[in-house]
Design a protein around this ligand. Structure first.
Ligand code: GLV
Length: 439
């Protein structure tokens, strides 16, 4: 384990993330302990204790029997990492470049709605820590903090003393706006304008959640924060949606439930799917507003759809099955990634990956299978639920340390060395379900 008191022996383009391990071991001598255990099963268990019943149920919600979630986890289990020994990893580099922006690692904060049910401060601490760590942040249209306030928190993260500097980066935060597209074009344009004016780097259209999947526990307990007046913040702060409320005679101060229901039912998961015909309009609109910023589609699971994304002019895709929360019994997102990359899509646009990531080895496996970048969701939600800003920081700094150490001991010097031949992959036989796969 490296000792920071030894004069600098090597050069890194980021802080030495792995020092966190040493610090964690050392602090007992100073009468301190680490905030909490980030081993995913224990992290989840602790988060469950800290949350209200509704927060807990929503955080752990999956579609139907949770088969898709299970498939997501099992697929990781099917691939094993092949280490290389006697590789000089001292100057290893965790950084990557995403759409021209330098990030500290190929890891981002996946867009997740209504953070306020996990912590009263909502998306603010999350966006702030993402900025601090120079990791991309995704804001959902179903978020519970306005676009402008999230952007300000993300910027603020860059100004705090422990903010990470990535060599060669302009030190600007990288943020993605995840659009749930309303059937009200004026409102869509307004949301996109606000995102661009607030410095969002790219737009992601999510296409797997025109309607929420069937989630037994939420249905059985009427667990729907939006009908309790929580989670309409992007709408309530939007001039076009404010006009729509006025037209409908709804005063959000007097009737927060009705206002919030109008937002979610009519504009977010409105139950009315779009088709490919609408996408050129959206791309053109976003490109005009943003001066050509990247446009991605999220929820892609088939080669067919990935090819459509290429043809239609997307800059990237997010291979995601919404973390198993939408279609139950679906293929593992990691298997979808493999199919899509094998079809050569990664040479035509930027393929990013989401769903089921629980640790650094999962990130590495997705990268080896051809993802350029990996989104992490539930891990930081659990950290947020346990300890707010400090909890998110603790989870993500530990994940970066684990990633860095895995590179050091696995013989990976930089992200280009995550290649398919560094995995041994077994056949898709999921009959043996290891308990750990259920995490
Ligand atoms: C929304 O994105 C959800 O999965 O609940």
């Amino acid at each position: 384990m490296s000792d920071p008191r030894i004069p600098k022996l090597y050069h890194r383009s980021t802080p030495s993330w792995e020092q966190r391990q040493r610090e964690s071991f050392w602090i007992l001598n100073e009468g301190k302990t680490v905030p909490f255990n980030t081993r995913p099963d224990k992290l989840e268990a602790l988060a469950r204790e800290c949350l209200s019943r509704n927060g807990r149920l929503y955080a752990e919600s999956n579609a139907g029997n949770s088969w898709t979630h299970l498939a997501n986890r099992q697929a990781f289990y099917r691939h094993r990492i092949i280490s290389h020994q006697l590789v000089d990893t001292n100057e290893r580099d965790t950084t990557t470049t995403l759409f021209g922006h330098r990030c500290a690692a190929p890891i981002g904060f996946a867009p997740i709605g209504i953070n306020k049910i996990y912590n009263g401060a909502g998306e603010i601490p999350v966006a702030k820590v993402a900025g601090e760590l120079q990791l991309p942040y995704g804001l959902s249209t179903a978020g519970s903090t306005s676009i402008e306030d999230v952007a300000a928190a993300n910027d603020e993260g860059r100004t705090i003393p422990q903010a990470v500097h990535v060599e060669g980066s302009d030190d600007k935060p990288i943020r993605f706006y995840q659009l749930y597209m309303p059937h009200d074009d004026e409102l869509t344009i307004s949301l996109l304008r606000r995102a661009h004016n607030s410095g969002f780097t790219a737009c992601i259209l999510t296409t797997d959640t025109w309607q929420l999947g069937w989630r037994h526990d939420d249905v059985a307990t009427s667990n729907y924060a939006f009908y309790r007046g929580i989670g309409a913040d992007l709408g309530l702060t939007d001039p076009v949606f404010q006009k729509r409320l006025e037209e409908a005679g709804i005063d959000p101060k007097k009737e927060p439930e009705r206002a919030s229901a109008k937002w979610i039912d009519e504009n977010v998961w409105h139950g009315r799917a779009f088709s490919w015909e609408k996408i050129p309009w959206l791309i053109k609109t976003w490109k005009e507003i943003s001066g050509g910023a990247p446009f991605l589609i999220k929820g892609i699971q088939s080669v067919h759809d990935a090819q459509k994304c290429v043809e239609i002019g997307c800059d990237g895709i997010v291979v995601s099955n919404h973390a198993g929360r939408q279609v139950d019994g679906a293929i593992a997102s990691l298997d979808a990634l493999e199919n899509i990359v094998n079809a050569g899509i990664g040479e035509k646009l930027v393929v990013t990956f989401d769903s089921g990531v629980r640790g650094a080895s999962d990130v590495i496996k997705a990268l080896c299978l051809g993802a350029k970048f990996v989104w992490v969701g539930r891990l930081w939600i659990w950290g947020l639920s346990i300890m707010g800003e400090e909890g998110v920081r603790h989870v993500m700094r530990n994940l970066l340390a684990e990633f860095d150490i895995s590179m050091a001991i696995g013989g990976f010097r930089n992200v280009d060395e995550f290649t398919k031949d560094r995995l041994e992959s077994y056949i898709k036989s999921y009959s043996l379900i290891d308990e750990k796969a259920k995490l």
